[in-house]
Design a protein around this ligand. Structure first.
Ligand SMILES: [Zn+2]
Length: 477
């Protein structure tokens, strides 16, 4: 978005302020480029841009919104008038009487740290890099799909308010996925590698992509011939690329304060966590420490301020297994009386912010992976999420992984295909018996929530973890 658009911000805010207790204006522009090479052929090559502004008002203790892609002074004025008018009507049904205290007057800026700026690699070079990765997965006629994808996203946010907030944040994000599918008869197995969801500049590293591409192709072939995961109660080691999903679904979503308040019952669901549980619920074993941390360099959902202008800072949500704090922004905090975080986030210029995860991380422990494996007499190690299912209270779940490996008497053994496990959230986390020391950060651009729907980016960093006596099962034979 050209900076001159902001020239109208102050005038639009001053005009709207005459009819509202408080007004805010958030500009957002985003450019996304997606490239894909499949089976050595370029398949996708597109760039899209989206830009607009959200006009936000506080009238009679009720926040209201109207969005516009017309960021001229007249366009902003019209949107503010619409926001003021609809808010006046809906105020009679408000859930809470809010004040400008829920919109801090923060001033500052943020820029993703990067070694190489987005856009500095030519399209030809990116395509060539993707082709190299696709070709590196060749080697058997059984490898029926060999894809390499790269997505780059550039987002600019600017936020101004009548009580003096002035914030600019620039994000550069990269998402890379390699996938190899091997098929024989009715059986097919897929292995993937992701440099998922990182903030920072470009990472088109041909050598690393080649190594990872060759590895996943070999592993997909190996899985075709592997035995099915056994069924039974045994120990389970989850690698960071499955831990991210475990954290997301069974810690992140149930701790969202707006869910706990019932806002999401209609759509994304409720939560087994009750307001009275904060400060008293033992969520997991004493080894469990979970942080909300938007300040991790390169992690996907790092930022300096949330979309309500609240300065972002690290907070422990679960400490020594005890539930301390929820994933709720200032509005949910004042409604519930519970401690929260700076996580008021919107997916786009035309969406109002709601409580979201940002970076939600499991804090590292002290064990090496070998030490975790050595603790297991009878178990399975699982890598890379493949499927997930969890109830709408975020309680009972079952998750599947791409690759398993048997562990017996402290040693890794045979590769297993179709590994799955199931559990119930608090019971499962109480089985946490070992936490690795080597954290890897993953994330996803596709966390869905809200009506109208919002898809947002989240980051999850975790070390490998050991859980004792988990129900493990294989796929259909
Ligand atoms: Zn989600």
């Amino acid at each position: 978005m050209p900076p001159h658009h902001f020239d109208f911000a102050q005038d639009a805010i001053d005009l709207a302020r005459r009819s509202a207790e408080w007004v805010g204006l958030r500009y957002s522009s985003e450019t996304t480029s997606s490239r894909c090479v499949r089976n050595d052929m370029p398949e996708k090559n597109e760039t899209s841009s989206d830009a607009g502004a959200m006009c936000e008002v506080l009238v009679d203790g009720h926040f209201g919104y109207a969005a516009t892609a017309d960021t001229s002074l007249l366009g902003l004025q019209r949107a503010f008038e619409r926001a003021i008018s609809t808010t006046g009507t809906t105020s009679a049904y408000k859930a809470h009487r809010f004040t400008p205290a829920q919109r801090p007057a923060s001033v500052g800026s943020y820029q993703s740290s990067s070694d190489k700026a987005l856009g500095s690699t030519s399209l030809a070079e990116i395509t060539d890099c993707l082709r190299t990765a696709s070709a590196a997965m060749k080697g058997s006629d059984l490898l029926v799909n060999r894809s390499a994808r790269a997505m780059t996203i550039q987002t600019r946010l600017a936020y101004f308010s009548s009580n003096g907030a002035a914030i600019e944040q620039n994000f550069e994000m990269v998402n890379i996925d390699l996938a190899a599918t091997a098929a024989k008869g009715l059986e097919s197995q897929t292995r993937t590698w992701s440099h998922t969801a990182q903030q920072g500049g470009e990472v088109f590293e041909r050598a690393r992509w080649t190594t990872e591409a060759q590895r996943i192709a070999a592993e997909a072939l190996e899985l075709l011939a592997a035995e099915n995961c056994p069924t039974g109660t045994m120990d389970l080691i989850l690698m960071p690329d499955q831990m991210m999903l475990q954290i997301h679904e069974s810690i992140g979503h149930p701790l969202e304060l707006d869910r706990i308040l019932g806002d999401e019952r209609n759509y994304a669901g409720w939560s087994f966590v009750k307001p009275a549980d904060f400060g008293s619920l033992r969520y997991g074993s004493a080894l469990m420490n979970v942080s909300f941390d938007p300040g991790v360099r390169h992690e996907f959902a790092s930022y300096a301020f949330d979309d309500g202008g609240n300065p972002a800072k690290r907070e422990l949500l679960i400490e020594g297994g005890m539930l301390r704090r929820g994933l709720g922004a200032l509005e949910s905090q004042v409604r519930s009386g519970l401690p929260g975080v700076a996580n008021f986030r919107s997916a786009s210029w035309n969406r109002a912010p709601i409580d979201r995860m940002a970076n939600l991380n499991l804090e590292p422990g002290t064990s090496t992976l070998d030490e975790l494996i050595a603790q297991v007499e009878d178990g399975v190690l699982m890598t890379t999420n493949r499927s997930w299912s969890i109830d709408d209270y975020r309680n009972k779940f079952q998750f599947g992984c791409e690759r398993g490996q048997r562990i017996r008497n402290g040693k890794l053994g045979a590769v297993l295909r179709n590994p799955n496990y199931r559990g119930v959230t608090v019971d499962f986390w109480s089985r946490l018996a070992g936490v690795g020391k080597d954290t890897v950060a993953y994330g996803t651009p596709y966390c869905g929530k809200g009506e109208p729907s919002q898809v947002i980016r989240v980051g999850h960093a975790s070390p490998p973890c050991l859980f004792q006596d988990v129900q493990v099962f294989g796929g259909a034979a």
